[in-house]
Design a protein around this ligand. Structure first.
Ligand code: FES
Length: 178
């Protein structure tokens, strides 16, 4: 009789318990996925419905007093407001510095007493009338008023380009009765 070597016990490998997806778990998981989808869609739709607000500078601004301006064209508000203040013998008005052709900013040439657009060559008189180039209509004038404290208020939201209308009181300040 041969002696048998003692056998070392082999560790029993137990399978990890398999997570079983019960019918109940499946339904809850499906509902959670559906709720996530609906919530995400609602959030995306809500963002879509909100307006994209652009915070632009207000269109109306105070421009000092008439006595702050010399006779002729003042370019001091050109960079900040894109407006020229024009002072004549008897009135003061504000021209919007936007070419009526394609919207470039003309330059004031004091030696030639005209505005010249650098883009396609439109020229305008000091009143804003077209004297050369492709511009289809005169420069716009902005609404203008004198406040009770003597300050000028210019409103770029109200514009007028038509001769006969642009000379109305809404678009000029009378500084001396003629
Ligand atoms: S944009 Fe001024 S002439 Fe064309």
């Amino acid at each position: 009789m041969t002696e048998q070597e003692p056998q070392t016990p082999t560790p029993s490998i137990q399978a990890a318990p398999v997570a079983q997806m019960t019918r109940r778990n499946f339904i809850w998981t499906a509902w959670a996925a559906f709720a996530t989808f609906i919530g995400g869609s609602a959030a995306a739709m809500g963002r879509f419905m909100l307006p994209n607000v652009l915070y632009e500078s207000p269109q109306a601004f105070k421009a000092g007093k008439p006595e702050d301006y010399p006779m002729g064209v003042s370019t001091k508000l050109l960079k900040e407001q894109r407006v020229w203040i024009v002072k004549t013998e008897d009135s003061l008005y504000a021209l919007w510095a936007r070419c009526t052709h394609l919207g470039c900013t003309p330059n004031w040439w004091d030696s030639e007493k005209r505005f010249k657009c650098p883009c396609h060559g439109s020229n305008y008189t000091i009143q804003g009338d077209v004297i050369a180039g492709p511009a289809p209509k005169p420069l716009n004038r902005c609404a203008i008023a004198l406040l009770s404290n003597g300050e000028i208020l210019v409103d770029k939201a109200i514009l007028e380009t038509r001769p006969g209308f642009r000379e109305k009181n809404q678009f000029k300040i009378t500084i001396k009765e003629s």
